[in-house]
Design a protein around this ligand. Structure first.
Ligand code: BEZ
Ligand code: FE
Length: 279
């Protein structure tokens, strides 16, 4: 095929994909090419703009290392991560909604007993977190693995700090026989996502802020139920309606309550979706 022009090049590329053996890969590649070409036509992409895009993606890759995943941050800030979560976690009413995983989960966090302090030295106002893990019929789920992680009062996760050699603000607990759990921690505060790379440049160029509303991350696993990846967001936070990564769902917003004795408590009950039985 020669002498391709702006009117027939899309068909030529699609024809080149026609023999892709994996049908799902063929579908994805075909759609990607169609949408990419349509995008370039719609905005009448110039060669200088094309090069700027290439440089942006190159810089995004260069910013990635073991601690930093700039491409996920890009996906998050473009709403692609949350779109993918929403499309793949359409749960029955009553189940706890899912939201973005984020880049700060760590496999193998310390294990704690009920009542322990997962802050483990993280700065912040002390609080107690109490809740339950149940199924959709209200049945308590015993022994669920509850993985929790959060930023400290300055908005830093332990893995972002170079001065720490131990886990802070994260831990793994198991629900009791009645499905309940409780632990000590610090009150979640809003924080900016890392914005010292190309994604930060993109946010500034589009007049966007990098802030996430205060939240506590949870990943809850139990046999027979779908794994739940979610947050509990702090009611009243100034960024609830402008989360930099579009992750807020009203059903996940809760109050950290100041009690008469001066302590602060958060109560939140999780409802897991049963795994569909294959017939
Ligand atoms: C987080 O909540 O930890 C997070 C999510 C997406 C991007 C950056 C941080
Ligand atoms: Fe977070």
């Amino acid at each position: 095929m020669r002498n391709l022009d702006q009117y027939n090049i899309t068909q030529a590329v699609l024809a080149r994909l026609a023999h892709t053996p994996d049908p799902r890969l063929k579908q994805i590649m075909t759609s990607l090419v169609q949408h990419l070409h349509a995008f370039a036509r719609e905005v009448q992409l110039t060669e200088a703009e094309w090069m700027k895009g290439i440089e942006f993606l190159t810089a995004t890759g260069h910013k990635c290392d073991q601690q930093r995943q700039e491409f996920i941050l890009l996906s998050d800030t473009l709403g692609l991560s949350m779109l993918t979560v929403a499309m793949n976690n359409d749960k029955p009413a009553g189940c706890t909604e899912a939201t973005v995983f984020g880049p700060f989960h760590v496999e193998g966090a310390p294990h704690y007993e009920h009542g322990d302090n997962v802050a483990n030295g993280a700065a912040g106002e002390p609080c107690e977190v109490r809740g339950s893990v149940r199924g959709i019929q209200g049945e308590p789920i015993a022994n669920a693995v509850i993985d929790v992680w959060q930023a400290d009062a300055e908005g830093s996760y332990d893995v972002q700090r170079t001065d720490l050699d131990h886990a802070q603000g994260r831990g793994v607990l198991r629900s009791g026989a009645d499905g309940r759990f409780h632990f000590q921690s610090v009150v979640a505060e809003s924080y900016p996502i890392p914005d010292d790379g190309p994604v930060g440049d993109m946010l500034r160029a589009t007049a966007r802020h990098p802030w996430r509303p205060a939240h506590l991350h949870f990943m809850i696993k139990a046999p027979g139920y779908e794994t739940l990846v979610t947050h509990v967001f702090r009611d009243g936070d100034a960024y609830l309606d402008s989360d930099a990564v579009f992750g807020v769902r009203q059903s996940l917003v809760a109050d950290w309550v100041k009690q008469p004795d001066g302590t602060t408590t958060l109560d939140f009950d999780f409802v897991l979706n049963p795994v569909k039985k294959s017939t």
